[in-house]
Design a protein around this ligand. Sequence first.
Ligand SMILES: *Cc1c(COP(=O)(O)O)cnc(C)c1O
Length: 453
Amino acid sequence: MEKLAILGGTPALPKEAPKELFHWPIITEEDEAAALEIIRTNNFSGTDITTKFQDEFAAWQGRRHALAYTNGTMSIAAALFAIGLGAGDEIICPTKTYWASITAAQWLGATAVFCAINNKMSLDPDDLERCITKRTKAIMVVHYHGYPADMDRIMEIANRHNLIVIEDVSHAQGGLYKGKKLGNFGHIAAMSMMSGKAFAAGEMGMLVTDDTRLYERALAYGHYERNNESFIKESEELKPYFHIAIGGVKGRVNQLCAALGRGQLKHFDERTAEIRRAMNYFFDQIEKIPGLSPLRVDESTGSTMGGFYHPHCIYDPAAFHGLSVKRFAKAVMDEFNGTAPCWDGSNYCLHTHNYFKTFDGFHLGKPSRIAFADANAVPEDDVTPSLAASVEVHCFSVPWFKKLNKEWIDRYVAAIRKVVDQHEALLEEDDKSEQGGRWYGATNEDVQQKKKN
Ligand SMILES: *Cc1c(COP(=O)(O)O)cnc(C)c1O
């Protein structure tokens, strides 16, 4: 048996894989022509192309309104403003997600309350009611890495407590939960379309809702040029504040990205279907390995993973003699030989970041997260057992195949199997360091490394 690459053997993969295996987004000549047209006519700042894209996206999503923003972060901020989140309100968010799912809440004076994740890295409905208090106004649901959250149970709890549900669909456009499109469960949904995402169109965000009042508030928040009587017809409350963005931000997308979005949308369903064929072929094999459980759904239930955004696999150290996921992932990465990453941990749990513990953005002498909170109502996140357990859900990223190329996918399976079969050889130098992670693209180690250089 060939020695593991991390121990000096020959890597399982060669230095290069076929480009189309991972290349994303797919850009055609039609996309290039659409982009050039915007550049040549200097039509960045209008809304004619954006409006077309919004209409097409709303029709595709199956929602009455769609509104495009500069990025996903802005679309989420607009959604939180739209629902009327304000000082002292609480909003529940799964602890394991990208920061932008919830950071805007605290600038509205609201308190982020973190909910545990289950063994699918998804908001755990069993922990949800612990988080609800008389101040709770909304739940932020994230379909993390494309895995559809348990919407039946979440909506049942939300309805019983009369809570607003927002979906962050940044990882899951086009995904289904029991036959219904993600983004169509809550009162409002928002999502990223930045260049690294499953729906990749430069830098853009999108908000969708059926509720015209929420739509008008979202429009007024950051689309100043449409905060007027031509576009806002129903919301009397907004009328005294026409012509200035009431969120104080310029949030509409530039039309270069809207043009790219139109092109992506045309082919999105067929391209993500190909991704699902590839990922399901890959995960069918990985799933047979004891200790590894791919983050995926059983498609016979009518649920799907959309474009499988940065796919992950849950890792059980007990199945590998306690080998840390960090060392396991590093060994796999070395077998991949630079053709694909294999990171341990995904995003860190948000409740562990100082931003939510100590940052005092309002200069009120207390953390912004609880600036307007009833102190008794705020759980002590560090000592909450379910949140402590969330940190211990181990995972690593796997290659994000865009094409069903069985021969090449088999080689990646073989690379992972090689590490699985020889994992005992990794135990000796395993320093048992904790699962790593990222707040965004960079790991803490990257940051430390940069500081050293
Ligand atoms: C990327 C991302 C966002 C923010 O989107 P941007 O377009 O980067 O501003 C929000 N939520 C999640 C879950 C994300 O992954």
